[in-house]
Design a protein around this ligand. Structure first.
Ligand code: B12
Length: 473
């Protein structure tokens, strides 16, 4: 009966497109591509492989601009990761025995393996290297395989470190998001990954271990499922594991559909494109109504994608493409008519606002739970970052903070001298309590919700309370 309903639904529903439908919409998508290109050609913005991937996966191109961007990427990444692993090693790094490798799957040469072992003092950068390798696979014509070999070896090494970390600590050293990107990139390069490494990801998927406090798991789950789908499609695993990967993919897709919000989003607006890639990669974007609703929700909210990083994450699905398409890119007749345009500036706002800035630290770590609680006056259009700057300049309460540049923008790393530590999985979480009174000494429990944008993009309203909370993820 259930099967009959599904078949009937597929027959009755008009087949939907995977890309954003309609001419007016196509123009909006083209404008977003052009805006991303505008940010890409700005030398002030560091090169980001996700941006390159979005440009390459688009329907329309500026081939010269893309070539120049690739050169910038190579300058930044080849230098960082392209040197031999041995050269990257600190002289007195203490080697630790690696867990046994699956002889059939591990492709390391003995020399590579020795180099890998001795490079273990380095903290793995699985995600960034994976994105760069995905970018290299998307170039036209494809680059010489020679120089890529050491990068692939290095990525395998990082993934091994992450895998070993996950056995030791219960989670990869980086994150399951980066771990999944690592598996995906190796798969797109048609490199085998040890079965145990894949199984770690499957176990995490099965036991819902992708989440971290206060944030949705959608982005990570989606990247993991893209990796599963790739491994199965590229036939890089045996029949039994392929069947298990298929089952995991079906399970994850069902969960995503069940958790789709009334607003049409999977998770939030920024994780939705990742979830949609799963439907594209598994060829269900044309028949799954949830995909169509999500596409409609995205198109209603294109204004939320203002930074290069977020634009780069949404554009592939607006063009109906997933990262799996990188494996089968063809370099023929790419339309070369895309022209860069400048960024949309936020509307100018006159006047001032007052926001309350609160800094909290867990009681176990700090003798005093609330370290700072002051009203801060700022111009009406100020971002949270501007508010922090005003707070730092206003006396006599000695507010200090620091940020770290990332591809997503400035990441709040230190507040009042307390540095969040990646290796201890602590971070400064940003929360808002929009309807609280500036005079209230205590916030009602549950009044605060995490922000879905960073310090540079969030523009608080007059009377809003912003909380910076040292948290674990
Ligand atoms: C893992 C993760 C985290 C981890 C990162 C820790 C770690 N060492 O891995 C933690 C929990 C710390 C985190 C924090 C936050 N995150 Co986060 N995060 C992610 C996730 C799932 C993967 C990022 C990643 O590894 N990328 C791959 C690597 C290779 O790229 P990378 O640029 O080197 O990644 C680094 C930066 O992205 C940075 N980072 C992570 N999140 C954010 C968010 C912002 C705004 C900035 C500037 C940097 C940043 O940490 C990464 C690892 O070092 C993405 C999902 C996604 N779709 O991108 C969300 C994502 C980037 N995060 C998001 C948000 C909103 C946040 C927070 C603002 C949440 C909050 N309310 O506090 C905070 C940042 C606060 C701050 N201090 O500035 C949004 C950003 C949306 C946007 N508009 O830009 C995303 C897209 C999730 C989502 N769907 O909403 N995040």
């Amino acid at each position: 009966m259930w099967l009959l309903l599904v078949v009937l639904q597929a027959a009755v529903l008009p087949a939907q497109l995977c890309e954003a439908p309609g001419e007016a919409v196509a123009a909006a998508v083209q404008a977003l591509s052009a805006r991303l290109l505008g940010l890409a050609v700005d030398p002030a913005q560091g090169p980001d492989p996700s941006v390159y991937l979005a440009l390459r996966l688009a329907g329309n191109h500026d081939l010269h601009g893309e070539e120049q961007y690739l050169v910038r990427l190579q300058d930044a990444f080849q230098h960082r990761y392209g040197r031999s692993l041995q050269a990257a090693v600190r002289p007195h790094a203490v080697p630790h025995g690696h867990p046994q490798r699956d002889a059939a799957a591990a492709e390391h040469s003995t020399a590579d393996a020795v180099a890998c072992r001795s490079a273990e003092a380095e903290w793995p950068e699985t995600g960034r290297l994976a994105l760069y390798l995905l970018g290299l696979r998307a170039t036209c014509p494809p680059p010489e395989p020679g120089p890529q070999r050491s990068l692939v070896t290095r990525l395998k090494y990082y993934l091994e470190e992450d895998w070993a970390g996950s056995r030791q600590h219960g989670h990869p050293l980086t994150s399951y998001y980066q771990y999944s990107l690592g598996v995906l990139a190796l798969c797109v390069h048609r490199k085998r990954v040890r079965e145990e490494v894949i199984r770690r990801l499957m176990v995490a998927e099965q036991h819902n271990r992708f989440g971290h406090a206060g944030s949705s798991t959608t982005d990570t789950e989606a990247v993991a499922v893209l990796a599963f789908t790739c491994l199965e499609r590229e036939r890089l695993v045996g029949a039994r594991l392929a069947a298990e990967l298929q089952a995991a993919t079906r399970r994850a897709k069902r969960r995503m559909i069940e958790a789709q919000g009334q607003d049409g989003f999977f998770g939030n607006v920024y994780s939705t494109p990742w979830a949609m890639q799963v439907f594209i990669a598994t060829n269900t974007c044309r028949t799954q109504p949830a995909y169509g609703w999500a596409m409609a929700a995205l198109l209603e909210n294109l204004d939320a994608f203002t930074t290069a990083a977020t634009m780069a994450q949404v554009l592939p699905v607006l063009h109906g493409r997933s990262y799996l398409d990188i494996a089968s890119m063809r370099c023929c007749e790419e339309p070369n008519t895309l022209m860069p345009i400048g960024p949309k500036l936020p509307p100018e706002m006159l006047g001032n606002k007052m926001v309350r800035l609160v800094v909290e630290c867990p009681e176990l770590q700090c003798p005093q739970h609330r370290l700072y609680d002051q009203p801060v006056p700022a111009p009406a259009g100020a971002s949270l970052l501007d508010v922090l700057r005003v707070a730092a300049a206003q006396g006599p309460h000695n507010f200090t903070f620091d940020t770290q540049d990332t591809a997503q923008g400035p990441f709040l790393s230190t507040v009042l001298g307390l540095k969040a530590r990646q290796q201890k999985r602590s971070y400064w979480q940003l929360l808002t309590a929009p309807s609280t009174n500036l005079q209230m000494a205590t916030l009602p429990p549950g009044a605060a919700v995490p922000l879905s944008t960073g310090v540079a993009d969030y523009r608080p309203r007059d009377g809003e309370t912003l909380i910076l909370r040292l948290s674990k993820w």
